[in-house]
Design a protein around this ligand. Structure first.
Ligand SMILES: Nc1ncnc2c1ncn2[C@@H]1O[C@H](COP(=O)(O)OP(=O)(O)OP(=O)(O)O)[C@@H](O)[C@H]1O
Length: 399
């Protein structure tokens, strides 16, 4: 039976899922050099040896995770004795959470609910690998989120030293970092640093032409011919370059096509893109704010308040204001600001003050709104609600 209702207004998309973040694209241009370098690091696993540990560094949306997923898929297909596991560190704040994810992938079920210790989970992982003679390659995706409380150091040392306690178990790590300056040599103990010895692969931002061509490929695969006119493609590409995140471009293109489809149009217009852009930005920002810890939310809320009142936001002043709300050491404050900067919620800049120089913390556009939307509800979830409402409105053609 031909579906009369489900597909009734599916007139413009061939396949909207091609625009989802988790979609692994068929065509992955402009990252040949990085794929080759990563393949080189993983190649020893084909012969049963440990991989070379690697750090993939570049701004958000530059293809780091996609490169890892492509090569992990190849490894999985060709080399059964290698177990590649990708752990998204965004929601993982403890060693236990990271190890549980590795356990889950290895054993196909979560650790027992009575809550074994991290060491117990690790010993089961080690036993399993040693028994099978397998090589474990863990990708800590967005490893910069593990910097607090020395979690990254703890996770790395446990994974990298596993072979000392379980001879036959071989392990290595790939880390991705979108903060661009994961200060590994500062945050890792000297012994972890020397076990890691990671080489770095850089993922520079895509040029404007590259962004346009990547979006054009996706449109070709996911949307019927003629639906997205060149002027619309140009507009989406330009806005994407402005936000420096290809993921926003994908969301924007998908949203604009949905908007046109719901309105019964045959083609997407620049007006559709304009309508959807604000919603995409708000949704993106809201979901980023939602990933913050309560302390990070406090720092951001204080900063946003100061920015709204046009107060001076030098780091000294902000530190004073933050500690009046929530006491913390300067180092801890500095780490929180670094994380907010890594998430592109704030940016810092050096400026002259009197005879010396000072660091100013600037809240990025739209962030104050996302924070106040969150604080007006019970939690930051309120902020997602606002964005979702708006999103629903445009998805149902309400503009
Ligand atoms: N060269 C490319 N060709 C096609 N699609 C790409 C390319 N690079 C990135 N993408 C797409 O852009 C989106 C973001 O890519 P990806 O998640 O790999 O970026 P990332 O660098 O890991 O970002 P983050 O640091 O924020 O995790 C995905 O939807 C991916 O399919």
């Amino acid at each position: 039976m031909t579906p009369r209702y489900l597909m009734a207004d599916q007139a413009l998309f061939r396949d909207p899922s091609l625009f989802e973040t988790h979609h692994l694209p068929e065509v992955f241009n402009y990252r040949d050099a990085q794929l080759k370098d990563l393949a080189f690091a993983l190649r020893p696993t084909l012969y049963g040896a440990r991989p070379l540990n690697t750090l993939l560094q570049g701004p958000p949306g530059t293809g780091k995770t996609t490169a890892v997923r492509r090569l992990f898929a190849e490894v999985e297909e060709t080399t059964p004795q290698v177990v590649p596991i990708l752990v998204s560190c965004l929601g993982k704040r403890t060693t236990y959470a990271v190890l549980s994810q590795i356990y889950l992938t290895l054993f196909n079920h979560s650790p027992p609910s009575h809550g074994p210790s991290s060491s117990r989970i690790l010993s089961e992982i080690g036993d399993n690998l040693a028994r099978r003679g397998a090589v474990l390659v863990v990708c800590l995706d967005d490893a910069n989120h593990l910097v607090q409380k020395r979690v990254l150091n703890d996770v790395l040392i446990r994974i990298l030293r596993l072979h000392e306690f379980y001879p036959g178990a071989r392990t290595g790590v790939v880390m991705t970092d979108s903060s661009m300056d994961l200060p590994l040599h500062h945050i890792l103990d000297p012994s972890t640093w020397s076990s890691l010895q990671a080489s770095t692969i850089s993922f520079p931002p895509y040029s404007a032409d590259e962004v346009r061509s990547i979006l054009a490929d996706r449109v070709r695969a996911g949307v019927y011919p003629g639906v997205v006119p060149p002027a619309v493609l140009d507009d989406v590409a330009e806005r994407t370059v402005g936000t420096a995140d290809l993921r926003i471009g994908m969301d924007l293109m998908k949203g604009a096509v949905h908007h046109a489809e719901r309105a019964g149009q045959k083609t997407v217009t620049v007006g559709d893109v304009e309508t959807v852009f604000a919603v995409v930005m708000r949704t993106r920002l809201a979901s980023t704010v939602q990933t913050l810890t309560p302390t990070e939310q406090s720092v951001l809320a204080v900063l946003a308040g100061m920015a709204d009142r046009r107060e001076e936001t030098t780091s000294g002043r902000v530190y004073e204001a933050v500690t009046a709300v929530e006491p913390m050491s300067y180092t801890m404050f500095h780490e929180r600001v670094q994380r907010l900067e890594g998430l592109r919620l704030v940016r810092t800049r050096r400026r002259k003050k009197g005879q010396g120089r000072t660091r100013e913390i600037v809240v990025r556009e739209g962030v104050s709104d996302a924070v106040s939307a969150g604080s007006s509800g019970e939690s930051m979830n309120g902020c997602i609600g606002v964005a979702d409402d708006e999103k629903r409105r445009y998805e149902t053609g309400g503009g």
